[in-house]
Design a binder for this molecule. Structure first.
Ligand code: 9WN
Length: 411
């Protein structure tokens, strides 16, 4: 396999999705700027164009609200063909944005971008640092409960139709959902996307938050959906550690961030599902574990949590599928090898898990994940996700984050 050629193709994917100062995840299916996709894009750009990498992050933060929240989508330019667009969120600000957030990995990726070229990055980091702190503060104030990070919408998790959300979604009333046309299934085979019932519930939750004027307290009181997402807690903890390292290097105060890290480390303990022997999400409305072993459960090493109790699950799963790590345990009765976050393997999740494993000395496992991902991309292309059983490509093609992790980690 000629990797130079694939490197070129990866850059080409990023260039094709480049809209000047931000990238779209892939043209057609996702025509706007997404939050954690852009963080991955910045990391990808840092391997060949630091200037463009910083622009990606800075443009994302143009969407930051006065509250500190950084939205999951920034609608810089109108583009039809995605639902829900800016009219549905209906938030009076410019640039238009959605009203929910997404995994806060920007501090982690900003650190990588900075470390790739400290000379160029210094002034950019100085400018971005305060914005990162205010976003993290927003999470701590509004979403951290018992040290765990709560989501108010499945889209916030970045793992839209993960099994983790099913029990909480069952309480969402869809009787008042407006008529709408979902566009995702115009682009992708519906069997690879969330179900219609899932979508109705997603829209109902957007309507509820809009009627609450996007006020966090009101949403917390009124919404049936509030889940402590194990993936979010791990990624946020990691991002706080990265923010702390930036703060120290830039002679900024570190006490507040150190406090966040302590709180989140305590929270990690509440994610441990002793009966099932893995890290799990928690339905905050009932206090019940979701009993879901997903790829997000394996982000503990990435969060700096050196706990090997899940290794037996990791080995079992890697023995069961050809390409790890599937988004849901293949032994789970809901495992569906091509349906989005209920089975497929995602390259960027492999990257995060693999980085964590490598950092904590599990180099053989980390290498297996890297090789699996390398093979998937080299043989099938820069797809959104893949079948863990035979590697078949799935979802959108020519995907920014798949190209980005090729350039930075998989190749
Ligand atoms: C909703 C853009 C995004 C990713 C998410 C992924 C998917 C959107 C959708 O696409 O979500 O935000 O419409 O399906 O689940 O992780 O950021 O790539």
């Amino acid at each position: 396999m000629n990797y130079d050629k694939i490197d070129k193709k990866a850059r080409k994917v990023m260039e094709t999705n480049d809209r000047g100062l931000y990238t779209v995840p892939t043209k057609g299916l996702y025509p706007y700027q997404w939050n954690w996709d852009s963080a991955f894009a910045a990391w990808g750009f840092s391997s060949f164009d630091p200037k463009r990498a910083w622009a990606e992050l800075e443009t994302l933060f143009q969407g930051q609200w006065d509250t500190g929240m950084v939205p999951h989508i920034v609608f810089h330019k109108q583009s039809y063909g995605y639902f829900p667009g800016p009219d549905v969120w209906d938030i009076p600000r410019v640039p238009h944005t959605s009203g929910i957030s997404q995994p806060p990995i920007a501090a982690t990726m900003a650190r990588s971008v900075y470390e790739a070229d400290k000379h160029y990055g210094r002034v950019h980091m100085e400018l971005l640092f305060g914005r990162l702190v205010s976003w993290h503060r927003w999470w701590m104030r509004n979403r951290v409960e018992d040290g765990m990070v709560a989501i108010t919408h499945p889209w916030e998790s970045g793992r839209d139709n993960a099994l983790d959300w099913d029990a909480a979604l069952a309480g969402v009333d869809t009787s008042q959902v407006c008529e709408y046309h979902r566009s995702d299934t115009d682009h992708v085979d519906p069997s690879m996307r969330p179900s219609q019932l899932d979508y109705d519930r997603y829209v109902a939750l957007v309507q509820l938050a809009r009627e609450s004027n996007w006020d966090e307290k009101t949403i917390a009181e009124k919404s049936p959906f509030r889940v402590a997402d194990v993936g979010m807690t791990f990624m946020f903890l990691r991002a706080c550690r990265d923010l702390l390292s930036i703060a120290a290097e830039f002679d900024q105060g570190t006490d507040e961030i150190e406090g966040w890290i302590q709180t989140l480390k305590q929270g990690v303990k509440s994610h441990w599902n002793e009966a099932r022997g893995f890290y799990d999400s928690v339905n905050l409305r009932t206090g019940a574990f979701t009993n879901t072993l997903s790829s997000a459960s394996f982000l503990n090493w990435y969060a700096g949590i050196r706990d090997d109790r899940q290794l037996k699950h990791l080995h079992r799963i890697l023995d069961q599928v050809r390409y790890g790590i599937p988004s849901l345990d293949p032994e789970d009765p809901h495992f569906d090898k091509l349906r989005y976050w209920r089975g497929p393997v995602w390259g960027m999740m492999n990257a995060l898990i693999g980085i964590g494993l490598a950092e904590t000395g599990h180099t053989v496992l980390a290498e297996r994940l890297r090789k699996d991902t390398q093979e998937l991309i080299a043989e099938h292309g820069f797809y959104e996700y893949f079948c863990p059983v035979d590697g078949a490509s799935a979802g959108g093609g020519a995907f920014t984050w798949t190209a980005a992790i090729w350039l930075t980690w998989a190749s």
